[in-house]
Design a protein around this ligand. Structure first.
Ligand code: GCW
Length: 720
């Protein structure tokens, strides 16, 4: 308790110090003074009397956050007490501890709020109005408090506030692809924030701010190690280090999880095998789970990448993914833990289209997993591309819960230099209709468990967080962390609503700024698709680091080359996944097949994903495929240039530091979009053998020039 208090004080001091400079450290929790604050107008007193009727560690966190928030937002010192009196204007208490006279005014069934939901309302008793934040337990109070603060931050009216919120998805997790040496796979914001070397004794105050940020958007779990995992994390020395993180995050409602290396019983356990059907192996995992839970009673469980890209797994012993997952599930089940088993499996030795392999592997295993296993599926069947049709596994396993894996970090989407707001991408996938149980069977309903009545549900985002002062490298990349959390809590929110909230809390409430910046964010997704991979193209990035264009990438493993994916030749371009090709389309329900199967009616934005199309083919929009491809690449660049112009008009609204930072990155983005456009158009022109439409600007350099651009030491991979 005392340790935590000291830590919170240090954080407060650090925050006050750091908040002087607008370096982005405070994320969306800037709490700058809001003029004409409606709260003060409503309550008309300079002092805010707050009562928190709870005594848990989480209540202490709530107290600190309120103090920090209100003090800066309203420039007034709130008084925080333990008993209600005539002056009390805000009461934070669980339903159980609320005074009877207030409880009597609550019509909502308390149990409908679940473990994490909250209810904020205005209570009128004896001429006195007060705001009540309540829930079944202190986690709900914490989320409710952050919501309340966000109302003030956005200067929204809280007059007669009446707001209930319950998360739609149970496990809302960040996945850190962070290594124990602090490098971050596909990380573009510096090194890992987890300083294993100094743990368990040094508690970086940043851990607290990380927890605050996550709690403020409802994230309730974090997998702190890379899915390409190191068995070392399961040794007593490292488990002890993990205890510190678990203790620090617990008051914020955040559980820690680990990635489990399947071969750990051999690597650190001294066994000869990791075969999941071997008793000694099962015992080893059972004991490992016991050891962890003894120190971390609320440990979340394991995330596993097995038999994928060289990772060990049950198939090394001719066992199925279900046998592997169940062994781990049995180990953590007595303690309430879960196993998140990834479906990201494909093999270059398999002759089949990579897009089909996960479905082929997992669909037959439906119903064979323990109740505490959830299969984690990437949003699309290849790999976090700027646009992919939804993964065909969604809806295909009615007896097995599936969780979503989105990538927040920008591996294929410009690393940390491109302004790319991902909520439109997330929403496109969540809203996609799988037709698993007829119309309206959206991906969202599958992952929230409602379509198939699963009792476990989850969503994960591969974090874009590092130790850069602003956490995410690009100031706008913070919005992707924020949007992920908000959608994990409520997938019905729109990309626009989320952008607006984030902009207000991160920059300013000025309407002109919000409208312009929101437009830049919303457009950024389609712009990026257009200058990188229009019309359904995918995976044509440079080799290995995936930074910049590489449509020419060939040699080595076929399914890691661009030629495999774009299939450009003299006849045309695109991957034929229809019934005359790999027939990947057959993995979807009939209505979805109908949407994509016909080259004439397939939506243009997914055309080359499903079809090999001749260069001269007339598209619905009237252009030939070749011309359309060129127009799209040019349109992408033009829109980034206009985003840049829009941004440059916003200088007067915000601080110079962040304005300049974004401006410089937009310069890089414009240049890189041009690089993408010319490299791709010139490369594909070799096959189309047609001129670039004459009204479009001619490339300044030859294809050779673009092919020779080489980037060394790109972050996010093991560089040599
Ligand atoms: O997207 C690919 C990445 C790998 C990553 C893998 C995965 C962690 O290029 O770096 O490994 O996916 O998701 O397992």
């Amino acid at each position: 308790m005392n340790k935590l208090r000291t830590l919170l004080t240090i954080t407060l001091v650090l925050l006050l110090f750091l908040s002087k400079a607008e370096n982005g450290y405070n994320l969306w929790l800037r709490y700058t003074k809001v003029e004409n604050q409606v709260l003060l107008k409503t309550y008309q007193d300079a002092t805010l009397n707050i009562v928190i009727l709870d005594n848990s560690e989480t209540s202490m966190v709530i107290k600190n956050e309120l103090y920090l928030g209100l003090r800066s937002l309203l420039s007034t010192e709130p008084e925080i007490a333990n008993t209600i009196n005539d002056q009390t204007s805000l009461i934070i208490a669980t339903l159980n501890s609320l005074p009877e006279n207030i409880k009597a005014n609550i019509t909502i069934e308390d149990k409908t709020l679940g473990d994490e939901g909250y209810f904020i309302f205005t209570n009128q008793s004896e001429n006195k109005k007060s705001i009540i934040i309540t829930g079944n337990n202190d986690k709900g109070l914490l989320y409710g408090t952050f919501k309340f603060l966000s109302y003030l931050q956005q200067n929204q009216s809280i007059e007669d506030i009446n707001f209930t919120s319950i998360p739609k998805i149970k496990h809302r997790l960040l996945n850190h692809w962070d290594n124990l040496d602090r490098t971050v796979e596909r990380g573009y914001a510096g090194f890992s924030i987890f300083d294993w070397h100094k743990l368990p004794d040094y508690v970086d105050p940043r851990y607290v701010d990380y927890a605050r940020a996550n709690a403020s958007i409802g994230i309730n779990g974090t997998v702190v190690t890379n899915v390409n995992s190191n068995a070392l994390i399961l040794t007593p020395q490292y488990i002890k280090k993990l205890v510190t993180l678990a203790n620090t995050f617990r008051p914020y409602g955040i559980k820690v999880y680990l990635t489990a290396r399947f071969s750990a019983p051999v690597e650190i356990g001294g066994l000869k095998t990791a075969d999941p059907t071997n008793n000694e192996v099962q015992n080893w995992w059972n004991n490992k789970a016991k050891e962890i839970y003894k120190l971390i009673p609320d440990f979340g469980g394991f995330l596993v990448k097995a038999n994928s890209e060289g990772q060990p797994g049950p198939q090394d012993y001719k066992r199925t993914h279900a046998e592997g997952a169940n062994m781990l599930a049995d180990a953590v089940a007595p303690f309430g833990g879960i196993v998140m088993w990834r479906a990201f499996v494909y093999s270059h030795e398999a002759p089949d289209d990579r897009a089909k392999q996960a479905y082929s592997e997992f669909k037959p295993l439906d119903g064979k997993f323990r109740a505490n296993v959830i299969i984690q599926v990437k949003n699309g069947a290849i790999d976090f591309q700027p646009r992919e049709p939804f993964h065909p596994l969604f809806g295909a396993t009615p007896k097995t819960p599936l969780m979503m894996e989105f990538q927040i970090t920008q591996e294929y989407t410009g690393c940390a230099t491109h302004l790319f707001y991902q909520a439109p991408l997330y929403k496109e996938v969540l809203n996609a209709d799988t037709y698993a149980k007829g119309q309206g069977s959206t991906v969202a309903k599958i992952i929230d468990g409602s379509l198939h009545n699963n009792n476990i549900s989850g969503i994960a985002g591969v974090a874009n967080i590092g130790n850069d002062i602003n956490w995410t490298g690009h100031p706008f990349a913070q919005a992707n962390w924020y949007a992920f959390g908000r959608l994990a809590w409520n997938h019905e929110l729109t990309a626009e609503e989320i952008a607006e909230e984030w902009l207000k809390m991160t920059f300013t409430n000025d309407k002109d700024f919000i409208n312009a910046a929101k437009q830049i964010m919303i457009n950024s997704r389609e712009n990026l698709v257009n200058y990188m991979t229009p019309l359904g193209l995918h995976h044509i990035m440079a080799r290995n680091h995936h930074y910049g264009p590489g449509p020419w990438v060939d040699g080595g493993r076929a399914d890691w080359t661009s030629l495999y994916y774009h299939q450009a030749n003299d006849d045309g371009i695109g991957f034929n996944r229809s019934s005359t090709g790999s027939n990947a389309i057959s993995q979807y329900f009939p209505e979805v097949q109908d949407l994509y199967k016909n080259i004439k009616t397939c939506p243009e934005n997914s055309l080359l994903w499903f079809h090999h199309v001749s260069w001269d083919k007339k598209l619905a929009s009237g252009n030939s495929l070749w011309d359309k491809l060129c127009y799209k690449y040019y349109e992408g660049v033009d829109s980034v240039i206009s985003a840049q112009k829009q941004w440059n008009k916003l200088e007067k609204y915000i601080d110079k530091e962040r304005f300049d930072h974004v401006s410089s990155l937009l310069k890089i983005q414009v240049n890189e979009a041009l690089w993408w456009r010319y490299a791709c158009v010139l490369y594909f022109q070799q096959f189309s053998k047609q001129p670039i439409p004459k009204e479009l600007e001619k490339p300044k350099f030859s294809l050779e020039h673009y092919k020779n651009i080489e980037h060394r030491f790109v972050p996010g991979i093991k560089n040599e």
